[in-house]
Ligand binder design. Sequence first.
Ligand SMILES: Nc1nc2c(ncn2[C@@H]2O[C@H](COP(=O)(O)OP(=O)(O)OP(=O)(O)O)[C@@H](O)[C@H]2O)c(=O)[nH]1
Ligand SMILES: [Mg+2]
Length: 197
Amino acid sequence: MIIKTVEFIKSAVKPVQYAEHDLPEIAFAGRSNVGKSSLINTLIQRRDMVKTSSKPGCTQLINFFSVNEILSFVDLPGYGYAKVSKKIREQWQPMINAYLSGRSNLRGLVLLIDIRRDPETEEFDMVTWLEEHQMPYLVILTKADKLSKTQQKKRQAAICASLKCEPDGVILFSAKTRQGRDSIWEEIESLIGGITS
Ligand SMILES: Nc1nc2c(ncn2[C@@H]2O[C@H](COP(=O)(O)OP(=O)(O)OP(=O)(O)O)[C@@H](O)[C@H]2O)c(=O)[nH]1
Ligand SMILES: [Mg+2]
């Protein structure tokens, strides 16, 4: 995808606040600090369109962006970070659930997992929910630059086995080297029905 325009549309907590458009949407979900906002910045080739931080819990609202005026990216708050206050954590899960289950123009979900971590309950629950709801999804292993190519392949095979997906069913990605960026765009283009301009 050649990026021509990217616009931040708005932040939302509840459905009445969601962006009012019928653009096909792709949402990004995963643990706090896994690299969701960094992946979006890499895909749209903007260094800091989306705020990122080394401190988990950076993205606290549902943020809508439009890309080339033909699709929308949705950056979700991360789950599973214990140090965020209990009150905030209790607000996030219903916020994410409401978005995933109620958004009619959602075309697919990008689930991010740190390449160095094994999938846990949150990831298994997410995959089960996606399959039950027949929601197309991609699994991306982030921060691949932290490992050698050999270790990357080993972790890819182990995570695929754990999620019971095809050996190459997950994409290796690094926001630092941009490894995997083009493959992720190809998958997103196919999720939104091949519209590229
Ligand atoms: N080495 C390396 N660091 C990364 C990569 N992606 C993200 N990071 C770093 O990881 C930290 C978290 O990145 P974010 O993109 O803010 O993560 P997030 O998933 O949006 O986090 P929350 O908004 O808190 O849920 C930042 O310090 C990033 O610079 C990567 O591919 N490689
Ligand atoms: Mg974020």
